[in-house]
Write a protein that binds this ligand. Structure first.
Ligand code: N01
Length: 484
């Protein structure tokens, strides 16, 4: 079956919904949104682990054009965020454009027809003159291949695909990985489990985040005091930009970040042995700074242990560490993150002359402003290479990208062109500028999921939110070729 969606958006998370609303609001009405899941939400549909919430304050982790004044707390829980996205998509009427349960396997450009064919796993095809890939950087959970993993006779699952049917009460649980996800669910489940063993490979820098429900008076003030909401957003923007400033200037402002984080961590970690174990050994901000006031106390519970010896093997009954310890458990929870280097792959994307994006990106992904790649006309990637943020709100970036791709497609429409293709030299120059932007920053000072095998930082934007906003605010036609 061939459908007639003129613009196909792949992914119905925050990115896809932002693009659909922006395009629709500017007269692009023939839009189809495809998503592998049974409903919209993306990350916030899939990540339902206990304690899941944003760690960027909701007044900033929300669309500028759809501000809510009744968030329950500073950083809203997953269900509240998902409800918000559903409400926004519904109020703008883009939810009816979603085709759920549609896993896109390929997007192929036809040089003669100057159109894209988007194909789903079940064989359905969708014709398009423009394609927006809004599948994000953090969509495919990764479970590392550790010897013996298949022999474990207990229960296992990944944090991003939480098994709510598995009752953890009274169980001995291993948590492998201590990133942003683990830091949220460990304190949420620690009181219920019989024993918890947390396997930490690398320590983290922490900042406080209590995240209690707003008192009624605060909620009422945010709701009713004129200008307070706008002031909060401005304040939060500056706060987030300050975090980026600390990461960008590790030897000056970064020292302040490290001092603040150290003081907070010391105040939370009373046990010197545990403090020594979990203390990070890298520059503040090199990896994601984690916001939690409940994780470090949870590690000090009598039923929780932290193991920093490397894992050597999974056995039928537990986890073996390099210091000879064998940790018998009933359940292993993998909190080991996502295939961040893969972006939209294994989706097959072929552009002009049948060139595959996988080949073009063989030495690492790169795109003009993280969005456009020469030879892939009217293909836009949202949350693509070098557009992740360590300090800002990703929603801000997604909105900027939605506006930019709308500018591009407006140019196509106004010129009566069939497609827009970024020039090779434009993309090369912007990639060089992005990479130069990392010089001297904290991101370069340790290994992280931001980097590829060669050490090139491929996920993050090296500057401030305001710089990305500026860079994407206009589109210079001279930087592009318009196909007739
Ligand atoms: O994943 P991660 P995540 N043996 O990749 C460890 C976003 N997010 O799901 O640091 C042992 O950060 C790995 O160790 P190391 C946010 O952008 C946002 O927690 O590589 N350990 C690390 O500790 C975040 O950055 C929110 O040495 C292994 C952990 O697993 C991103 O999602 C909430 C291992 C993986 O941490 C990913 O976070 C949650 C192995 N073989 C997440 N392999 C918000 O609030 C990996 N690890 C918006």
């Amino acid at each position: 079956m061939t459908s007639a969606g003129n613009i196909v958006i792949v992914g119905a998370g925050f990115g896809g919904i932002a693009a659909a609303i922006e395009l629709q609001s500017h007269g692009f009405t023939d839009i189809t949104i495809l998503d592998a899941a049974p409903e919209l939400g993306g990350t916030w549909f899939h990540n339902t682990y206990p304690g899941a919430a944003c760690d960027v304050p909701s007044h900033k982790y929300s669309f500028s054009f759809a501000q809510r004044r009744d968030w329950s707390r500073l950083c809203s829980p997953q269900a509240e965020i998902l409800d918000y996205l559903r409400d926004v998509a519904h109020s703008y009427g883009v939810d009816r454009r979603i085709v759920p349960n549609t896993t896109v396997t390929s997007c192929a450009w036809d040089d003669a027809a100057r159109r894209w064919t988007v194909t789903a796993a079940d064989g359905r095809t969708f014709d398009a003159y423009a394609v927006v890939i809004a599948t994000g950087q953090l969509n495919r959970p990764v479970t590392p291949s550790i010897e013996g993993a298949g022999t474990f006779t207990g229960h296992t699952f990944h944090s991003a695909r939480w098994d709510h049917d598995h009752d953890l009460r009274g169980k001995r649980v291993a948590v492998i990985g201590t990133g942003a996800s683990a830091v949220q669910f460990v304190p949420a489940i620690a009181p219920d489990v019989a024993r918890m063993t947390v396997f930490q490979r690398t320590g983290n820098w922490f900042m406080p985040r209590r995240n209690r429900p707003y008192p009624a008076a605060v909620r009422a003030a945010i709701k009713h005091v004129p200008g307070l909401q706008a002031y909060r957003r401005r304040y939060l923007t500056q706060y987030l930009e300050l975090l980026t400033a600390m990461i960008r200037n590790p030897d000056r402002l970064g020292r302040l970040g490290r001092a603040l984080s150290s003081a907070f961590m010391r105040s939370q970690l009373k046990d010197p042995e545990l403090r020594r174990k979990i203390w990070p050994d890298y520059t503040f901000g090199c990896k994601r700074v984690l916001f939690s006031s409940t994780y470090l106390p949870a590690l000090q519970r009598p039923n929780v242990d932290v193991v920093t010896a490397p894992i050597t093997r999974i056995t039928p009954t537990g986890v073996q560490d390099a210091e000879g310890g064998h940790h018998e458990v009933d359940t292993i929870i993998w909190a080991t993150g996502f295939a961040t280097r893969d972006f939209m792959f294994p989706m097959a994307i072929t552009g002009t002359g049948g060139r595959s994006l996988a080949d073009v990106w063989a030495k690492g992904p790169h795109a003009h402003l993280g969005m456009t790649v020469p030879g892939f006309p009217s293909l836009f990637v949202m949350y693509g290479p070098n557009t992740n943020t360590s300090g800002g709100s990703i929603i801000f970036f997604l909105e900027a990208q939605a506006r930019y791709l709308r500018l591009a497609l407006t140019q196509v429409r106004e010129r009566g062109a069939s497609a827009i293709d970024v020039r090779q030299e434009t993309e090369a120059a912007s990639d060089a500028a992005v990479q130069a932007g990392f010089t001297g920053t904290a991101w370069t000072r340790c290994d992280s999921w931001y980097r590829d095998e060669e050490g090139r930082i491929i996920t993050n934007w090296p500057r401030y939110m305001r710089d990305y906003e500026k860079a994407t605010a206009t589109l210079d036609p001279a930087d592009h070729v318009f196909l007739p």
